[in-house]
Design a protein around this ligand. Structure first.
Ligand SMILES: [Cu+2]
Length: 315
């Protein structure tokens, strides 16, 4: 079942026709029943029909209004079910992209290890997203593609699609996941297959250093965007879910470690622990368990960029 349309995804026509079918039947009955209702209210109003008539059952009517709705409901079920089955039949050659959800961002990891905060997919190629939720319930929702899947920590889930139209489409989290849930959105960019392959020839951190951020000292800002750190942190001194990056380097931090309040100096080791073992010590006044470890994600090179960036923000 591989239609060569130029729809945003291969599921659009099926989902939409199921929707129109169910919606059409609903509208038909809404209008029909309302019209009958109004007609009988007028026709049998009290002034015309003062004494009510007692009516016994009518077998023909009973059968008609049982059989017809049953057929309609079964037809709706069939439409929905066959569309659902198609969505579950992941093609063997689908390109896997690991999709990681955490409070409050999505990140996408490609076969070569590259990570982005925008989902890039090639046009006219089947893609499957391996969904991983790190902390709480999330749900990946791409309305334009007609796909949506809950993400439950510890439970594997998959969605796939094939996009036939280049462009940018919204990605949302569709499961309330805490304070900044409404900020948990991203974009999927459908690009030509050739350009998709080109993308992996360039080192991702090189993009950050050479193109987006010209200044080496602020290259770390691109790293914070890539990993969604800015859902919880700011660079301008404003407190969000976590402390601001501004003026942390070299300053004394009051932290809770093993239930004890102690003072530590924010040096390289401290920043390293903050990112790779965030619950080892908690900055006083903030909540434990919100920031998850970025072990296996933030690379040493990226860590150095972050460090330069934090130093720059603390000058
Ligand atoms: Cu979420």
């Amino acid at each position: 079942m591989n239609e060569s349309t130029n729809n945003a995804s291969n599921f659009v026509s099926q989902v939409d026709s199921a929707f129109v079918f169910i919606f059409g039947i609903s509208i038909f009955f809404l209008l029909g029943i309302t019209a009958f209702l109004v007609y009988y209210i007028i026709r049998y109003r009290k002034s015309k029909n003062p004494v009510a008539e007692h009516i016994e059952g009518n077998n023909t009517l009973e059968i008609v209004w049982t059989v017809i709705p049953t057929i309609l409901v079964l037809a709706m079920f069939y439409y929905g079910w066959s569309g659902w089955r198609y969505q579950k039949e992941v093609p063997d050659d689908a390109i896997p992209i690991k999709t990681i959800a955490r409070m409050w961002s999505f990140t996408f990891q490609y076969e070569n290890g590259m990570i982005t905060d925008t989902l890039f997919v090639p046009k006219d190629k089947a893609v499957k997203l391996d969904l991983v939720a790190l902390d709480v319930l999330h749900s990946l929702y791409i309305p334009a593609f007609r796909v949506k899947q809950d993400m439950v920590p510890g439970k594997e889930a998959l969605i796939w699609f094939e996009s036939g139209r280049e462009g940018e489409y919204d990605v949302y989290c569709a499961e309330y996941c805490g304070l900044l849930h409404s900020y948990m959105k991203s974009i999927v960019k459908v690009i030509p297959a050739l350009q998709y392959e080109e993308m992996f020839k360039i080192d991702s951190s090189a993009i950050a250093v050479n193109n987006i951020e010209v200044d080496k000292r602020t290259a770390g800002a691109a790293v914070t965007r890539k990993y969604g750190c800015n859902a919880c942190h700011t660079a301008d001194g404003t407190k969000l879910v976590g402390p601001s990056y501004k003026n942390i380097m070299g300053r004394t931090r009051t932290v809770i470690r093993d239930k004890e309040e102690i003072e530590v100096v924010a040096d390289e080791d401290y920043i390293r622990r903050s990112i790779y073992e965030p619950n080892y010590e908690i900055v006083k006044g903030y909540e434990k368990g919100l920031m998850l470890s970025y072990k296996d994600q933030v690379t040493e090179e990226e860590f150095q960029l972050l460090l330069d960036y934090f130093k720059y923000l603390s000058e």
